[in-house]
Design a protein around this ligand. Structure first.
Ligand code: AMP
Ligand code: MG
Length: 339
């Protein structure tokens, strides 16, 4: 199959492919998604094949307006409407009870479904033109870092999907925040583009799923099935170094070998410390939004250069830092050094 690269004025074409049961790479504000008609089980099953995604890992349904929620979900709590009003369109996925119209293949057989209304205008325009909710996981091969540009998505999906619509670089750079509203208090299943502090502003109490901060043990079941898999990972092993920025920068410097086959992902302030090594700047120490935007690009750049080991500095967990720490920790298989 030849994967076509579509430009922003080919929204109609992207929507036609989806309506006809095909697969399209879709820009969103978080990361590129691999979209199909969310009401067409055959089309959705091709998403799993193209990504090599485990069948038990459900997909998120993307809608163009909160008013579509009632078509696909039941027992919608009042608080879902409040959250939609404040955060949609935007990087928040709400887990709600599904209606039978949502195919099993989308929810991996769960009685709940993840719903999101994305902020990227081209993404919403495709959903509107297709007139169906679009099921879409991130557009990477399963396990790899998520794509934040159309080219990154092409690197993984060329020949496997019908088209990718090039909508530029993603503004958020990490996936949506996933919040389970079927339990009390609501539970954060994955940190993402809406910081936990902002959710607590609206909800008061929010529980944190343990899968966010530690590796799941054999037999343990996180509420977001995807959180149990190794994820976001480049080919080389990653060591995350946590601690005060100067201390973590020093630790990395002390542990780099002379071979030159190592890469460093660090805060901008320390980039000049590591001459002779491949350096990817994550952003300034306190700019966790920039860090989120650059993280997956940095991991992919390490792969392209073929380094054998990656060292990464890590922010603290406030604001967008929680999502950055979570993605880095998972990329490292929770191989974390505290200094
Ligand atoms: P991705 O779109 O690639 O970021 O993957 C979607 C994420 O949403 C995965 O981690 C899934 O496990 C999670 N997810 C989707 N639907 C549900 C659901 N009904 N309940 C819990 N987690 C979900
Ligand atoms: Mg993903």
């Amino acid at each position: 199959m030849n994967t076509q690269m579509l430009n922003p004025n080919e929204i109609q074409k992207a929507a036609e492919i989806i309506k006809n049961g095909g697969l399209v790479g879709i820009p969103t504000e978080t990361v590129y998604g691999l979209g199909a008609d969310g009401l067409n089980p055959g089309a959705v099953s091709h998403i799993f094949l193209a990504k090599g995604r485990p069948q038990d890992n459900p997909l998120i349904l993307h809608i163009s307006e909160a008013s579509w929620l009632g078509q696909y979900c039941q027992d919608i709590p009042e608080v879902a409407w409040q959250l939609a009003k404040r955060f949609w369109p935007g990087p928040l996925t709400m887990i709600l009870r599904r209606k039978p119209i949502v195919p099993d293949v989308v929810t991996a057989g769960l009685e709940t479904v993840g719903m999101r209304c994305p902020a990227h205008s081209m993404c919403r325009a495709i959903i509107e033109a297709a007139e169906v909710p679009i099921a879409a996981p991130s557009g990477n091969t399963s396990g790899r870092p998520s794509p934040t540009t159309a080219r990154h998505m092409l690197d993984d999906m060329e020949g496997k999907i019908d088209a990718i619509l090039d909508g530029g670089s993603c503004q958020v750079g990490v996936e949506s925040t996933i919040l389970d509203l079927t339990c009390d208090p609501p539970r954060l299943l994955r940190p993402g583009g809406v910081p936990l502090e902002e959710l607590r502003d609206v909800l008061g109490d929010v529980a944190l799923d343990p899968a966010i901060t530690r590796q799941m043990e054999a037999g343990e079941k996180p509420r977001a099935p995807g959180m149990k898999y190794r994820h976001y990972a480049p080919k080389a092993p990653v060591t995350v170094v946590k601690g005060m920025p100067v201390r973590s920068a020093e630790y990395i410097l002390e542990h780099l070998t002379d071979s030159g086959w190592e890469g460093v992902i660090c805060f901008n302030e320390f980039a000049h410390w590591y001459s002779g090594y491949l350096v990817e700047r994550l952003g300034g120490v306190v700019d966790t939004w920039e860090q989120a935007r650059r993280l997956f690009r940095a991991l992919r750049a390490m792969d392209e250069a073929g380094v054998k080991h990656i060292w990464a500095q890590c922010p603290d967990e406030s604001g967008m830092g929680l999502a950055v720490v979570n993605r880095l920790s998972k990329a490292a298989g929770f191989h974390i050094v505290e200094v």
